[in-house]
Design a protein around this ligand. Sequence first.
Ligand code: URA
Ligand code: SF4
Length: 201
Amino acid sequence: MHAELSREGLLEKLRKKVENCRKCDLWRTRNRPVFGEGPVDAGIIIVGLGPGRQEDLQGRPFVGAAGRFLDQLLAEAGLSRSGIYITNIIKCFLPENRATEDQIKSCTPYLDQQIEVIQPRLIIALGNVAACYLLEKFGLRCEPMERVHGRVYEVSSLTLSLRIVPMYHPASALRNPELRGRLIEDWRELGRIIRDLGLAG
Ligand code: URA
Ligand code: SF4
């Protein structure tokens, strides 16, 4: 067991594994794996789909166009990015922004371990892939984003007890401007929920 390793130590060990990972075909076309970033004791984790071009070049999550919109949504919710752990379902550059079942299956054990180490109280799942993965991980049924966005699911396992909130992916509003207003509303409401839960700040 790793009882002697701190949470920082556990995440650093995992980061090295991701940096050397060749479990799926995506390692061939990545520049820098995007492990994730944020406080090891964050109460909130945001999970996106996977790195785009900017993220791949910088090795950091959500630093491109979708990231700029995410920053705006966080501001709408009254949340500060620096207090949140941000990562993705897939850790290496996703050329078409579409992940295969195999890639998801290969990569999500890393996310599972990040969640176990951080022990968040809330996970915000951005987009269908993250929402379905996380809901199904806790035995819930995956439903269309139109139905589940903004809903709060209380889930638990032997080692975890937390809430999951599925949200539209910020990139979906860049493709479909009609979603923009709904996303902003969802995030304002999420900010209120987070303050009621005492998780803000
Ligand atoms: N889109 C994602 O899902 N994740 C990122 O890190 C950037 C864009
Ligand atoms: Fe490994 Fe995930 Fe990268 Fe695939 S995407 S090579 S599973 S780190």
